[in-house]
Design a protein around this ligand. Structure first.
Ligand SMILES: [Mn+2]
Length: 352
């Protein structure tokens, strides 16, 4: 059995022959292709849109990549990043791209709302929508859906598409670097339960193509500003509240805290995982005042502790069992903290 045949046995069940054929038909015949991902794009969002972009390019297909807003600077190094257009910066031009597309790829999100300011044009455009995603409870907004909540990243699903559609030979180094980045970032560097033997087999195949994984890690993780590292130190030493018996840790940062450390978008990424790294902590919550009256939340957990349920019930959010996000609107940071405290007190009682 060749490596490729071996890899094929475990590709996501989302890639049925029917879906593969329907997608191929949409790509054939000079269709105008646009690729999108969710707002506040993370490594998996940027990695999957650019990975697909490079795979298409290798097949002679030109695609436009449009994101709702800019991603954090630690992803700027990714090949093709400079060709991405942002709705926050060019609203009319990017709506035109999506509005006139024949095929619209919706990557790493499963409801138009997750694409923020692009939601309306995604919902109303005449393009055939192809959703490729791994979040739970998808909206049925796309004509073609590849939804696999058991898969650790959208980038792995894109690798699976390359394998199952027979275009793995188009996997160039640019695509490999982008897809590797998304898999690494969405799996917490291969540590989350969603990682499978197949995940590692796909990574092995990318390495065999000549991918320099050490370079990717260095570019992605070892290029932090001093003020960002100091903000993390401050947050952990001055703003962390631990609920020792319940195994919960909460950090809340206000606009004044962020200003003090010259905060730029992405600077608090990973902070929630530092909380989860504390012995005995089962649930980690990070709160950030993003505007007056708006507090964004990141939740992480270990094992069976379901932060997705908590986020969707109380914080207008969602995600995965062990990683979720949410938001509190119309509250000062102090009031938001009080509300989170109340929710957690109830949650602790329910767990008894
Ligand atoms: Mn993802």
């Amino acid at each position: 059995m060749t490596t490729e045949e071996n890899l094929l046995r475990k590709v996501s069940v989302g890639w049925t022959p029917q879906v593969l054929q329907a997608m191929q038909e949409l790509l054939d015949g000079g269709s105008k292709i646009a690729i999108t991902a969710h707002r506040s794009p993370d490594g998996d969002a940027v990695g999957s849109v650019l990975g697909l972009f490079h795979l298409f390019a290798a097949q002679g297909l030109k695609a436009s990549v449009v994101l709702p807003d800019r991603f954090a600077a630690f992803l700027d190094w990714m090949p093709g990043a400079a060709s991405i257009r942002f709705h926050s910066e060019e609203p009319e031009a990017t709506e035109e791209i999506i509005g006139t597309a024949d095929v619209l790829f919706c990557l790493d999100y499963n409801a138009p709302d997750r694409a923020g300011s692009l939601a309306e044009v995604i919902r109303t455009c005449s393009a055939k929508r192809i959703m490729i995603d791994h979040h739970r409870d998808p909206d049925a907004f796309a004509e073609l859906m590849v939804s696999d909540p058991l898969c650790g990243s959208t980038c792995e699903l894109i690798c699976d598409w390359a394998l199952s559609s027979g275009c793995w030979s188009d996997m160039n180094l640019e695509a490999a670097q982008c897809l590797y980045t998304g898999i690494v970032t969405d799996t917490g560097s291969f540590r989350f339960p969603s990682v499978t033997g197949h995940t590692h087999a796909v990574i092995a195949a990318l390495l065999d193509l000549g991918l320099n994984h050490a370079e990717v890690h260095e570019a992605t993780f070892d290029d932090q500003s001093l003020s960002r590292v100091q903000l993390h130190g401050f947050a952990l030493s001055e703003r962390l509240k631990i609920w020792e018996e319940a195994g919960i840790g909460v950090i809340a940062l206000g606009l004044n805290d962020l200003e003090r450390f010259n905060y730029v978008s992405g600077d608090t990424e990973g902070l929630v995982n530092r909380i989860l790294g504390i012995r005995g902590v089962q649930m980690a919550i990070f709160m950030r005042e993003s505007d007056p009256g708006k507090v964004k939340m990141s939740l992480r957990s270990k094992g069976m502790v379901d932060v997705q349920a908590l986020a969707s019930a109380h914080f207008s959010g969602g995600g995965h069992t062990n990683a979720a996000g949410g938001v509190l609107l119309g509250l000062s940071l102090a009031d938001a903290k009080a509300q989170v405290d109340a929710v957690l007190e109830n949650w602790i009682i329910e767990q008894r």
